[in-house]
Design a binder for this molecule. Structure first.
Ligand SMILES: Nc1ncnc2c1ncn2[C@@H]1O[C@H](COP(=O)(O)OP(=O)(O)O)[C@@H](O)[C@H]1O
Ligand SMILES: [Mg+2]
Length: 234
């Protein structure tokens, strides 16, 4: 299925505070777009708005063939899979890794062919019977990615997937995302606060600062800017 994302003149207020101002974004089917910005700039808020968690104040969002305007209500859109920034579960919460994966499967078993493929591809087999809370950051991240991919999304929203991962675990995670992106032709919005974490697959980078887009263009163009570090983070 082919699917685009269009955000037009989006304004968002939360607890009467302006969070996003005049956000415009267009992702064609199969685009890999990075949203870069310092902490608190509104990156997560854009993703949560796309997921339908927030009622928007002004503007329009179009996802695939559906349009959402200012009367938005909570609506988990099935075509989108979202890997949130935080999904910590208490270490002792009694849920196994396999239970997390099964959340995305209708049949109550891991005999599902797709599930087995992903479990093997992601090397999750040995983790299935471990409590999810006891996995390492990288293992949790892989499990969550496997779980959301089993929903067969056409759009993937990834919110700072580097958090809690060491360099090697993050590199492996990114490789996995890039492989899936190439194979499945998904549309990916990838959020990060680190300039060094922009994937080479990124067709476009948006820089967000204090709720506004201050740059939209190619990764290389950022580095050509004078004082680009200050431009982004100051
Ligand atoms: N539910 C909320 N109510 C009020 N303010 C919020 C809420 N969620 C986020 N914010 C504020 O919105 C701003 C942007 O937050 P966020 O989108 O999480 O930024 P980022 O992901 O770029 O770090 C921050 O100032 C944050 O404190
Ligand atoms: Mg965030």
């Amino acid at each position: 299925m082919s699917c685009t994302i269009e955000i037009e003149n989006l304004h968002l207020k939360l607890s009467s505070k302006v969070i996003l101002k005049n956000i415009n974004l267009k992702a064609e089917h199969g685009d890999f777009i990075t949203i870069l910005g310092p902490n608190g700039s509104g990156k997560t808020s854009i993703l949560k708005t796309l997921m339908g968690f927030y009622k928007i104040d002004k503007g329009k969002i179009k996802i695939c063939d559906e349009t959402y305007e200012n009367n938005n209500t909570l609506n988990l859109r099935k075509k989108i899979s979202y890997l949130p920034q935080n999904y910590e579960i208490d270490k002792f919460f009694p849920i196994l890794t396999k239970d997390i994966i099964e959340l995305s499967i209708n049949e109550n078993c891991l005999k599902n062919k797709r599930a087995m493929e992903i479990i093997n591809e992601f090397n999750l087999m040995d983790l299935l019977k471990k409590p999810f809370g006891l996995l390492s950051g990288g293992e949790k991240q892989k499990t969550m990615l496997a779980m959301i991919l089993l929903r067969d999304p056409v759009i993937l929203l990834l919110d700072e997937p580097n958090l809690n991962l060491d360099m090697l675990a993050y590199k492996n995670f990114l490789k996995l995302v890039e492989k899936i992106y190439m194979e499945k032709k998904l549309t990916i919005l990838f959020v990060t606060h680190l300039l060094t974490h922009i994937s080479d697959l990124s067709k476009k980078v948006l820089i967000l600062k204090a709720g506004k887009i201050i740059f939209s263009g190619k990764k290389e163009e950022i580095f050509k800017k004078e004082n680009y570090i200050e431009f982004i983070y100051d």
